[in-house]
Design a protein around this ligand. Structure first.
Ligand SMILES: [Zn+2]
Length: 307
């Protein structure tokens, strides 16, 4: 047990307690997830279809559903199980493409208890499962893309930390974790205060698709309070950033919120989208915008082709 891990543990528990406090007064409507078999019967399920498979399930079920989906599609995933005093779970890694350079794309499959976990983070899992199918059909010739589906992100990105501790990271040229990718029309790259080859490639990919910096594409520095799996890679000295979709019109309110979330939470002020549903029982699939999920998938595909 390292002192640093105790810090993660305490912070993780605090953020779960906060999520519970925020959710306590909210009504819990039943959620009807899409059965896995229904989605497997579709020839070409959308990212939203895939996200709806996980929605509303508890974390053990979400983890099992990702494994079952990959197995049913004939995808050979490497399973990485971990168990520490902080918690346990299974990460799944799938490599597509060739070469010595590796781009890690990450989506955590767990959710905060009490939240259906649609935007956080079933949407991101759906986006990556869809991209995985697309790249498997046309693998990048000079890049290996590692799809990493992590457990226990909500416990201070425990799954990613355990993965980074145990994995061979030679060749990893960057790690991008997808968070809150289901609502909005502008891209936001965060924890990106310092330029890296990865952040430059994301910018080129976005600009190539017509996004405009500070209008429909935002670059944000180190974000306090919130974090995600890419930080485990950044802590290991590798380029690591978070990718989120936000409503372009709410960008300024969002900037104020993420850099000072406690103030608005403690005041009980309304939170800007997509944080109005974040970690609450209202994080349901019907709040997701299918175009947002498709938008992120297209941006990632462009990134893979130029990175
Ligand atoms: Zn998350």
């Amino acid at each position: 047990m390292r002192l640093r891990d105790v810090g993660f543990f305490v912070r993780g528990r605090l953020s779960l307690a906060l999520a519970r406090a925020l959710s306590a007064r909210q009504p819990r409507l039943p959620v009807a997830p899409l059965p896995l078999e229904t989605v497997l019967a579709l020839r070409d399920p959308s990212p939203l279809d895939l996200a709806r498979v996980l929605e509303g399930h508890d974390n053990a079920e979400r983890e099992a559903l990702v494994a079952r989906y990959l197995a049913a599609r004939g995808v050979a995933a490497e399973t990485h199980r971990f168990e520490t005093f902080e918690g346990s779970g299974a990460n799944y890694a799938v490599d597509v493409g060739r070469g010595d350079r590796i781009l890690v794309l990450i989506a955590h499959h767990d959710a905060v208890p009490g939240s259906p976990g649609a935007n956080d983070n079933a949407a991101a899992v759906g986006i990556l499962l869809k991209l995985l199918a697309r790249l498997a059909a046309a693998p990048p010739p000079r890049l290996r893309v590692r799809f990493l589906f992590t457990a226990a992100e909500e416990l201070g990105y425990l799954g990613a930390r355990a993965y980074v501790r145990g994995a061979d990271l030679r060749g990893v040229a960057g790690a991008l974790s997808l968070e809150l990718c289901g609502i909005g029309d502008a891209l936001a790259l965060w924890d990106a205060g310092t330029e890296t080859p990865l952040s430059r490639a994301v910018a080129r990919a976005a600009e190539g698709l017509g996004y405009r910096r500070d209008e429909s594409y935002h670059v944000v520095g180190r974000v306090p309070v919130f974090g995600s799996d890419h930080r485990a890679f950044a802590d290991a000295g590798l380029p690591g950033h978070g990718l989120t979709v936000v409503p372009a019109g709410d960008a300024e309110a969002l900037r104020r919120f993420i850099f000072n979330p406690w103030r608005s939470i403690l005041r009980g002020a309304s939170r800007p989208r997509p944080f109005d549903t974040y970690h609450t029982p209202r994080d349901r699939a019907e709040t997701l915008d299918p175009a947002a999920l498709d938008r992120v998938g297209a941006a990632l595909e462009a990134l893979v082709r130029i990175f």
